[in-house]
Design a protein around this ligand. Structure first.
Ligand code: CDP
Ligand code: CDP
Length: 217
């Protein structure tokens, strides 16, 4: 079973993906970390974020085990990640790593922007997690504050609007709802309620698959 969760910044897809993976006993890949780590490598090397040759080299050099999540989760790295993520060659360089992860025996949970549309079009279920931009900015501001990063709500709202726009308008693998995705709007849901709603989608997909197997037997 490959479960794909896509959605805009701070919609709660990462939290849901982690919870679902734990519940189902599946491995989880937060694909945003790949773009964040690529950006971090460029910054460390003193390269321009638009240097596509250096960005591809950095993306190809990534291994799933070497992420320093604490450093990658910051606000600056989110913005830098969305710049390198718009480089088509960077996206191509990261495909095999993600598809290899998704192909693990037993399945996997992946979250990002293009998991259901490009990386794993065969995933089932696909859940597009969304929420109002104000709710998302509030969540991210609280999260950053909890990590000791002092930012005000208005700045986070501005950041998220800009990143949503860049992620949705890029030429390759833009953020969009897959035709066969379930849309889960978490604006009025807390983490627990969002998890229950996502789990209901997963369970009904599993039930459909069992019925299909039973009918074809
Ligand atoms: O991965 P993504 O950027 O979509 O969001 P996240 O990192 O999972 O969630 C951002 C923050 O919102 C976290 O601090 C969550 O605890 C919180 N949150 C949530 O994930 N889901 C809700 N329904 C409400 C809040
Ligand atoms: O948690 P949040 O949604 O704020 O960020 P993230 O998932 O870590 O992604 C950071 C940036 O990486 C996004 O704004 C996208 O530009 C890019 N990204 C992408 O293009 N495709 C993915 N599958 C995942 C992330």
């Amino acid at each position: 079973m490959i479960i794909a969760l896509d959605g805009p910044a701070a919609s709660g897809k990462g939290t849901l993906a982690r919870r679902l993976a734990r519940h189902m006993g599946l491995p989880h890949l937060d694909s945003g970390l790949l773009y964040r780590a690529t950006a971090q490598a460029l910054i460390e090397q003193g390269c321009d974020l638009a240097d596509s040759a250096a960005a591809v080299k950095a993306a190809r050099g990534l291994a799933l085990t070497d992420f320093d999540e604490a450093a990658l989760r910051g606000r600056d790295m989110a913005e830098a990640a969305s710049v390198v993520a718009a480089i088509p060659e960077v996206r191509t360089a990261l495909i095999d790593l993600q598809r290899g992860f998704a192909a693990r025996p037993g399945g996997a949970v992946l979250d990002g922007r293009d998991i259901g549309t490009v990386i794993c079009p065969e995933a089932s279920p696909k859940i597009f997690v969304t929420a109002s931009v104000e709710a998302r900015a509030m969540r991210r501001a609280l999260e950053l504050k909890g990590r000791g990063e002092a930012v005000d709500y208005a700045c986070v709202l501005e950041d998220i609007r800009k990143r949503d726009e860049r992620d949705s308008s890029r030429a390759v693998a833009p953020l969009k709802v897959a035709a066969d995705a379930f849309v889960l709007d978490t604006t009025k849901l807390d983490v627990e309620a969002a998890f229950e709603a996502a789990l209901a989608i997963v369970n009904s997909t599993l039930e459909d698959k069992r019925n299909l197997v039973a009918r074809s037997a």
